[in-house]
Design a protein around this ligand. Structure first.
Ligand code: PRP
Length: 220
């Protein structure tokens, strides 16, 4: 039987994800010494860990080349079209927020505001829900630069500790969404490999419930 593939976001969520898999009783030693390898066998060959960039996880899971993925809610909200979001894993807790210069009323004055973000879909949906006409500018990283450079009136971005905002004279004005790591599953895979996926989910629930891992809200 082909191993189940689980795509995991490289970077911020990677360490907590490995802790969680280890708490499920999987030998993750290969993943710890992976070097530049991107596909790692886990759990006596029953599972393959695929290390990918967060947006690519959605692509791999939606196309079904990975049955499951662990990725932030931000990426799901921005990109996902057809997958099952089956579990909130409780780590990587942070929020999507509207931020602008300290003391400044983002809404004051006439004319459409400009907002910089890595998440144009989330930002557009948010301002549409408030019936606001806002220009969205897509930025690839360090979005905090955009208002400092005079490109934008505010940003929609991830805030975890708030340290990056503070260091750059910005403050949170509104929370757009609460975020954390989620388990996603391919729609067809959920039918075709239901037994294996259910077994994986049940071990995952047990590991989370037992708290055998250091993962927990607020530690993401
Ligand atoms: C994220 C986010 C903020 C920062 C927030 O960026 O875009 O810049 O983290 O974290 P804080 O509230 O704890 O300061 P990331 O480090 O992922 O890099 P990027 O800006 O290059 O995307």
């Amino acid at each position: 039987m082909k191993p189940l593939r689980i795509a995991v976001a490289k970077g911020r969520l990677e360490e907590k994800t490995l802790e969680l898999l280890a708490a499920m009783g999987m030998d993750c030693s290969l993943a710890k010494d992976k070097g530049r390898k991107l596909i790692l066998p886990l759990g006596e060959g029953r599972l393959e860990l695929v290390l990918a960039k967060a947006p690519d996880i959605i692509t791999y899971v939606e196309y079904g080349v990975c049955e499951m993925g662990i990725v932030g809610k931000d990426t799901i909200m921005e990109m996902a079209q057809s997958l099952y979001e089956v579990m909130d894993l409780g780590f990587g807790v942070c929020r999507m927020a509207l931020a602008a210069a300290v003391g400044r009323n983002f809404y004051q004055g006439f004319g459409a505001k400009t907002v910089a973000t890595k998440y144009p879909h989330i930002a557009r949906t948010y301002f549409e829900s408030k019936a606001m006409d806002v220009n969205i500018v897509k930025i690839e990283g360090s979005v905090e630069l955009a208002p400092l450079l005079g490109l934008a009136d505010g940003i929609v971005d991830i805030v975890e500790t708030g340290g990056t905002l503070r260091a750059n004279g910005l403050e949170e004005k509104e929370t757009v969404a609460q975020l954390s790591a989620r388990l996603v599953v391919n729609v067809a895979g959920m039918k075709l490999r239901r037994g294996e996926i259910e077994a994986f989910l049940s071990r995952l629930r047990q590991a989370l419930a037992k708290g055998e891992t250091a993962v927990g809200a607020g530690e993401g």
